[in-house]
Design a protein around this ligand. Structure first.
Ligand code: PXG
Ligand code: PLP
Length: 447
């Protein structure tokens, strides 16, 4: 795109209160993005920035995928909005059926949201509602995991396990407890793929159950691969054990697949990748390839049946008091259908699966770089963890991100001192080499 057509730097950066951003520093030295295509962003002055993070783990089909762009253009002219409360439009039903086919087992029902955070709060509400309608109304607790990220709604930060996201906001949801996280570097550092050590950490759930009693616990929610905190693949056997314990105790298992669904691990979902059947799955991001905000919660048939099918109320009775104005928005639905078409027709999940071993090799080749204390990977999720600078945790990671953008024309995602990589699924081996090569140059120069 010619530089003169690119959106130019605005005069006034002040009024935009930026999310999860050090606003003061950004506004002094802004990192602005005007356009995108494929694996690249363009800055207002026309610099091409290599995107090693698929936006924020969302642009799985790369930027501006042709089918999605066309579908959105067409849809917005045809049906801009239609309510999903009491009315419906065809694409929403078509999309739900496509998702039913994509997710394993009897995760047959889709409840639409607009983000991962909304998906998480929806799933928690579905779990509580389900337990209540089946006569288990004493099951009101939900169990998350330390260092888990489940978005920013009050439900999500309550089950979430990142202290900084919680501590400002009061007592949160009552009755929440947390499993221990699974990153124990003395046992797991530099594991390739899933660590061999750590399945027993799932047994902590038995202790939590012993403490609170199963009759008070509605659900357990975990990310099958913890993403946002810096990619913690589950220890071998861990998810299977969580499933076994929850099932034995009548507790629902929710997989938060906002990052892991739609090909990030080379399959439609982590549930399919690991062969573990959850009761509810939360999604967003890759559902539309990040193009239009949308999320979905997939629910097993028994949950839908208990709340909806078996409801004995009159015809006019609503079965579930929940929904968003923009649930199943027609433009988002069209974008999602086109994204799913793109994934299938361009074999992007297969590409991710084929690329994963090369990606693993490439990210682990950074082990000899300065300050690297761990490298983790699974599918096309990777993390390089750096040791923090003395007395300044996060400073080294932040500087890596800033230097990557200005000196190496690459977007990287950081969480504290950990660099996370999640290339779009359209990447080739050469693209991965390029990303890791630039990252090596960044790490080598960073003190
Ligand atoms: N659950 C999980 C597992 C997520 O990864 C959410 C819920 C919330 O989704 P929304 O759409 O409400 O943001 C997420 C989102 C990062 C990063 O850099 C990760 C997320 C969002 C923004 C940045 O790791 N994950
Ligand atoms: N606040 C007000 C005053 C509203 O009228 C609505 C929706 O009608 C909402 C919040 C919720 O908005 P949404 O459905 O987009 O989540």
């Amino acid at each position: 795109m010619p530089t003169e057509q690119l959106a130019q730097a605005p005069n006034d950066l002040e009024p935009f209160w930026m999310p999860f951003t050090p606003n003061r520093h950004f506004k002094k030295e802004p990192r602005l993005i005007s356009a995108a295509e494929g694996l690249h962003y363009l800055t207002p002055d026309g610099r091409r920035i290599l995107d090693s993070s698929a936006g924020l783990w969302c642009c799985n089909a790369g930027h501006a995928p042709r089918r999605v762009v066309e579908a959105v253009r067409r849809q917005i002219g045809e049906l801009d909005f239609a309510p999903s409360f009491q009315f419906g439009h065809p694409h929403a039903f078509e999309l739900a059926a496509r998702l039913r086919d994509l997710f394993p087992g009897d995760l047959d029902y889709a409840f639409f949201t607009n983000s991962g955070s909304e998906s998480v709060d929806t799933a928690l509400k579905l779990a509580l509602c389900y337990q209540r309608v089946i006569g288990q109304g004493s099951r009101t607790r939900v169990i998350g995991r330390e260092r888990g990220y489940h978005g920013v709604g009050f439900g999500g930060i309550s089950v979430g396990g990142i202290g900084a996201n919680r501590k400002w906001y009061g007592p949160l949801l009552p009755g929440v407890d947390h499993l221990p996280h699974t990153r124990v570097l003395e046992h797991t550092a530099f594991s390739r793929g899933q660590p061999q050590w750590g399945a027993h950490l799932a047994d902590e759930l038995e202790r939590i159950i012993e403490l609170h009693d199963a009759s008070t616990i509605a659900a357990v929610i975990v990310e099958p691969v913890a993403g946002s905190i810096g990619v913690y693949p589950p220890p071998v056997g861990y998810l299977e054990r969580l499933r076994e314990i929850t099932e034995r105790h009548g507790i629902l298992l929710i997989f938060d697949e906002v990052i892991t669904a739609f090909g990030r691990l080379g399959k439609g979902s982590a549930s399919e990748y690991f062969g573990v059947q959850p009761d509810l799955v939360t999604t967003a991001k890759g559902l539309t390839g990040g193009t239009i905000p949308m999320g979905a919660v997939m629910a097993r048939k028994a949950i839908y049946d208990a709340i909806v099918t078996d409801n004995n109320g009159p015809d006019h009775a609503i079965e579930l008091f929940h929904g968003f104005t923009y649930s199943a928005h027609p433009v988002a639905s069209a974008a999602a259908l086109a994204a799913l078409d793109t994934y299938r027709e361009e074999r992007l999940f297969e590409n991710a699966a084929e690329l994963a071993p090369h990606f693993e090799e490439a990210v682990h080749s950074l082990r000899d770089c300065p300050n690297v204390v761990d490298i983790r990977n699974l599918g096309l999720m990777g993390a390089v963890e750096l040791s923090p600078r003395e007395g300044a945790p996060g400073a080294r990671g932040y500087e890596a991100m800033v230097r990557a953008f200005f000196d190496h024309d690459m977007m990287i995602r950081i969480t504290g001192d950990t660099i996370a990589l999640s290339p779009p699924l359209i990447a080739t081996r050469a693209d991965i080499e390029e990303m890791v090569g630039r990252l090596r140059a960044i790490l080598t120069r960073l003190d």
